[in-house]
Ligand binder design. Sequence first.
Ligand SMILES: Cc1cc2nc3c(=O)[nH]c(=O)nc-3n(C[C@H](O)[C@H](O)[C@H](O)COP(=O)(O)OP(=O)(O)OC[C@H]3O[C@@H](n4cnc5c(N)ncnc54)[C@H](O)[C@@H]3O)c2cc1C
Length: 508
Amino acid sequence: MTVIATTNKLREVLSKGQDPHLMTGEQYKESLRDGRRVIDAQGNVIQDVTKHPALKRGIDNLAKVYDSQFDPETRDITTFINPEDGKRYSTGWLVPKTKEDLKLRREMLRLSTYHTFGVFGRPNDYGSMMAMGFLSIIDKIEKENRQYAENVRKFIEFSQKHNVISADLIPDVQTDKNLPPSQKKGLLRVVEKRADGVVLCGAKPCGSVGVQGHFATVSTATSPNLDPDAALWCAVPINSPGLTLVLREPVTNPISEFEDHPIDSFGEETDNMMLFDHVFIPNEYIFSLGNTRLLGLYRESCALCHWHILARLMYRSEIFVGAAQTIVDILGTDSFQGVRDSVSEVISYSASLKAHILASEEEAELWNGVLVPSTEFVTAGRLQSILHYPRVMHILRDLSGQGLISRFTSKVWDNPEVGPVLEEYLPGAGVSAREKNKFFNFLWDLACGSHATRVALFENTNSTNAPVVQSELYRSYNRKEYVDFIREHLELPKVRREIKRLYAVDLK
Ligand SMILES: Cc1cc2nc3c(=O)[nH]c(=O)nc-3n(C[C@H](O)[C@H](O)[C@H](O)COP(=O)(O)OP(=O)(O)OC[C@H]3O[C@@H](n4cnc5c(N)ncnc54)[C@H](O)[C@@H]3O)c2cc1C
């Protein structure tokens, strides 16, 4: 591979560690001091992302997941031993080939979700999913260019060896949809082809975790009508010269304390706009170029991403069930049937997501040697997860009553005049008033505050919203057998082939 700054930095950092392919949290932080160009919400260039108030806590939080690779209690979840060389690698870069692999990945996902309360939609173990999605459709890439297919394999191998965090960049910048792609100035496109690579200009939006990671994996799989110069799948090192990451406004307070903000005080996953000003991408990082046949292969190339997104929400939903029950227990509202019904709705949400995930793994299929959970169950589950998420958030808020508003900061509780009075007046069932207050602070972060709203937007949109998922389900859920049954039973003419094709798409 071409030696460029990111890879040099990763190699340098790993060479100083105790394990050849695993980074500690400190090594991870060091790896981010690589000359990347980031603009903060005040419009200033950030000198060191690991120290900046908008980024520090989120980076520290991800660093703890890196550290768990060395903790004997979690090591066998967050890492695995490759039988080929006997060395340990991050589970986040395990290519799933068997159901056991998927289960181990899901255990890792459980760990990262419980660790971050799932508010990091792109935790350490997510980044590989898109590249592995490319691997799962490698036959289609190979048809275009054998070298590009080889590049995908090498990128995965490289990322596995260097314990990389990677962001996804799929949608195009938001602009007037009536404009043809050639008139969209911000569209990321190739402006120069060189013998050793391509030069890119334009932008990509919404790169969640990008600034806290090492690479962005780019595809144009949701944009079926692009012209060849904009049809591009590749990997982009975050510190590439000419690349600028512009951060959105933070949604957490950088100095909040644990007691006041039990989730937000661990920071956030930042989203950013990536501006490309003649960014050089070496040949080795190109996965597809100018191939308009690959455009629109969103569901296929992102099947593993979607499984990860749904499984994370499944674990988040367990946290929602725990939160709902704790509200009821603390407020002593268990005897009301209406309250029990509301908790049951949250339980049903969680159980339904779990059922979709388990079914998808049970019916997983090998695509080019990668075990891909059933896209039918994942798509159907994602629709449920998106449609009912606002309702679950509403239930959590509704069950809480004034608990979400009669909350006070730790400084108020420490006040000798009002603290003891509040303590006397506001106790919950089996918890002191201050403990009850802390719980509702947690619930605020989970379901009400700015951070919770950003996460709700993320859950709704990050991998296309409900109408798009609905169309996808209609297009691809195979229901031929049931249609044939009814037609045969009623002796109706067989359904016409062209109609049947509409709902029996073979994605492989
Ligand atoms: C917090 C957050 C984080 C994100 N992080 C990532 C990330 O890390 N990586 C990544 O690749 N993407 C990410 N996304 C972006 C996400 O993939 C896009 O927002 C999504 O694909 C929708 O595209 P758009 O925003 O350009 O919406 P637009 O295309 O501008 O559409 C606007 C709205 O119009 C409606 N609409 C548009 N098209 C249709 C249609 N065909 N059918 C029905 N309704 C339609 C929908 O209501 C849609 O929300 C993130 C989004 C959010 C909000």
